[in-house]
Design a binder for this molecule. Structure first.
Ligand code: SAM
Length: 282
């Protein structure tokens, strides 16, 4: 599905190949091939600053996949995946439709390469749609005609905001955006959420700060590593599920959220710089 896209003739209409995109940089760390030279330069800069930075992307995507699998148990048949990213090996609709082939999924993103690949991938799937909108303007998404035609907001649904809100630099705006989405959900809905975190330890904070510096001050322009308390505040009012058998309900490092199995060795410092959780709206 993905193609090598490094020469201008392969660049989709509407894409500026001289500007890096967070969707392509993230996709590149996940092993995708839709990466331009400008994206590779950012990836190289991040990897030079934090060699195990790839663990952030892998940890985040693994969490998204496990959370979707977990939520199939609720039998909720509708999913709104905001900032869905480039199609990768396992996408939300593939996971949830394996359990219920009638599950409906709307993906929303504003990256033209994501939209082009998403639409191509979904051509034959009548229950899945790809919408182009600004997810940080919740009304654009919540009032979108396609979103409203596929999803029924009078019944519980699953909202995914996975690896998205850290791209809102304004510390007041980010929680306000999340609040608007959660307010629009009916009772019994679930939220899947992850965010870059500053682990607030002398060993790990410098890792978060090095990546944040490159993202915020470079051409990507956004990527905040907030504290756990700041992130938890974005999920206020939700009943979080326990992230594993030992810990109480709450957020956890993405890789530690119901991992698939035992782990050889500990988590890298970078892996501990992204946390996630799943919450139910009472
Ligand atoms: N949610 C996916 C995941 O966790 O694997 C992808 C996360 S990726 C780090 C962030 C995604 O958000 C990118 O695909 C990017 O294009 C999208 N994005 C960033 N800002 C956006 C905006 N204002 N509106 C819509 N999508 C946006």
């Amino acid at each position: 599905m993905a193609t090598h896209a490094t020469s201008p003739s392969q660049v989709p209409v509407g894409v500026d190949p001289t500007r890096p995109s967070i969707a392509r940089v993230y996709g590149g760390f996940l092993g995708g091939k839709d990466v331009y030279d400008v994206d590779r330069q950012i990836m190289a800069k991040i990897s030079a600053a934090v060699p195990e930075a790839v663990d952030i992307a892998r940890g985040n995507r693994g969490f998204l996949n496990r959370a979707c699998r977990f939520l199939t148990q609720t039998n909720i048949p509708q999913f709104l995946d905001c900032g869905s990213g480039l199609p990768t090996a396992e996408n939300t609709h593939q996971i949830v439709q394996r359990h219920n082939d009638e599950a409906r999924v709307v993906y929303v993103d504003n990256d033209p390469v994501v939209l082009a690949h998403g639409r191509a991938l979904l051509e034959d799937n009548v229950r899945v749609r790809m919408v182009g909108a600004d997810i940080f303007e919740p009304r654009q998404v919540l009032e979108n005609e396609i979103v409203r035609s596929v999803l029924d907001f009078s019944e519980p649904l699953v909202l995914l905001q996975v690896g998205t809100l850290h791209h809102v630099t304004d510390d007041t705006k980010a929680p306000a955006i999340m609040r608007e989405y959660v307010d629009a959900l009916p009772s019994g809905s679930y939220v899947v959420f992850s965010h870059f975190v500053d682990p607030e330890t002398p060993e790990l904070t410098p890792i978060a700060k090095r990546i944040e510096h490159i993202l915020v001050n470079g051409p990507i322009g956004a990527g905040r590593f907030r504290t756990r308390d700041e992130i938890a505040a974005m999920l206020a009012g939700l009943e979080l599920v326990a992230p594993n058998a030992q810990d109480p309900p709450g957020l956890s490092v993405c890789d530690a959220w119901w991992p698939d199995g035992p782990r050889l060795g500990g988590l890298s410092g970078a892996a501990q710089c992204i946390i996630g959780g799943v919450g139910r709206k009472p």
